[in-house]
Design a protein around this ligand. Structure first.
Ligand code: PGA
Length: 267
C-alpha cells in the first residue's frame, strides 16, 4: 500500500502580540511574501485581531485560526470565548498549547472537551502536545506525549476527528521561545509515536493520514531540518511568525516539500 500523501502545513501562532490596528497590515505583508498555494497556511492572531486579519487575508488562500476556545458553548464564564462565537471569524483553532497548560492549568481532559467543541463548530483543531525538559531528561518524553495524546483524543470518535482535519503539533516545552530547537530526528520519532498512539486508540490506518507538525523555535534557517523528515508535515511557528522575512523563508522551504510530495504521489 502506498503511504498516504499528507498536506504540508505552516501555522503561525502570534500569541499575545499585535493589535486590531496593526494586525491586518502584518497579515497582508506576510501573505504578499508567502504566496505558496501548495502549502496549507494558517495565521492565528489574538481573538481581538481575528476580524482584521480575516479581512486582510480574504482571497489570499491563507486561513485564519484562533488560539483557544472555551469548553462550554455559552454561560457564566467571564472573559471567555466559545466555539460558536468564532463562526465567521476563524476556521482553525489551536488547542492545548503548553502556555495554556502552564498558565491556565489546562488538563488533557479539559483539552479533550475543547476538541469536541471545535469539531461541533466545524473548526479545524491543532492539538499541541510536548514534554517538559525535566521529563525528557528523565527519559519520560515518549510516555508523557503518548499520555497527552490518549488523554485528549481518547474520548473521541476517530472518524469525527479525521473528518474535522485534526492536526497534532509536537512542541517540546523546552524548545518553545527559547531559541533551542529539537533535532529533526527526535521530532520525527515523536511524530511516529503520536501516530502509533492514535492507531492504538482505534484510528487504524487513518493514523497514517494524521498530519503532525513540529513547533519550538522554528526559523527559516532550521525549518529544513524538520521538513527533511517524511513523518513531519510542517510547523507551528511562534516568534518567527511575526517576521515577514522569516515567514517567507519558512513557507518557501515548505513549498519545496509540498512539490516533492506531489511529485512522489505518496508520503
Ligand atoms: P516559538 O513558539 O516558535 O516562539 O518557539 C512556538 C509555539 O509556541 O507554538
Amino acid at each position: 500500500m502506498m503511504a498516504p500523501m499528507r498536506p504540508v502545513i505552516i501555522a503561525a501562532n502570534w500569541k499575545m502580540h499585535t493589535t486590531p490596528e496593526d494586525a491586518g497590515e502584518l497579515a497582508a505583508t506576510i501573505a504578499a511574501r508567502s504566496g505558496e498555494p501548495g502549502v496549507v497556511r494558517v495565521v492565528c492572531p489574538p481573538f481581538v485581531c481575528l476580524a482584521a486579519v480575516r479581512e486582510a487575508l480574504a482571497g489570499t488562500g491563507i486561513a485564519v485560526g484562533a488560539q483557544n476556545l472555551h469548553h462550554e458553548i455559552a454561560g457564566p464564564f467571564t472573559g471567555e470565548v466559545s466555539a460558536p462565537m468564532l463562526a465567521g471569524l476563524a476556521t482553525w483553532v489551536i488547542l492545548g498549547h503548553s502556555e495554556r497548560r502552564r498558565d491556565a492549568a489546562e488538563t488533557d481532559a479539559l483539552i479533550g472537551r475543547k476538541l469536541g467543541r471545535a469539531v461541533e463548530a466545524g473548526l479545524r483543531p491543532i492539538l499541541c502536545v510536548g514534554e517538559q525538559l525535566t521529563e525528557r531528561e528523565a527519559g519520560r518524553a515518549e510516555a508523557v506525549v503518548s499520555a497527552q495524546v490518549t488523554g485528549c483524543l481518547g474520548d473521541h470518535d476517530p472518524d469525527a476527528l479525521t473528518a474535522a482535519g485534526l492536526v497534532v503539533a509536537y512542541e517540546p516545552v523546552w524548545a518553545i521561545g527559547t531559541g533551542r530547537n529539537a533535532r529533526g530526528a527526535d521530532a520525527a520519532a515523536m511524530a511516529g509515536l503520536i501516530r502509533r498512539t492514535a492507531a492504538g486508540l482505534g484510528w487504524g490506518d487513518s493514523a497514517e493520514r494524521l498530519p503532525v507538525l513540529y513547533g519550538g523555535s522554528v526559523t527559516a534557517v532550521n525549518i529544513g531540518e524538520f521538513l527533511a523528515e517524511p513523518s513531519i508535515d510542517g510547523a507551528l511557528v511562534g516568534g518567527a511568525s511575526l517576521k515577514p522575512d522569516e515567514m517567507a523563508g519558512i513557507v518557501g522551504r515548505a513549498a519545496v516539500t509540498a512539490r516533492a510530495r506531489l511529485a512522489a504521489g505518496g508520503s
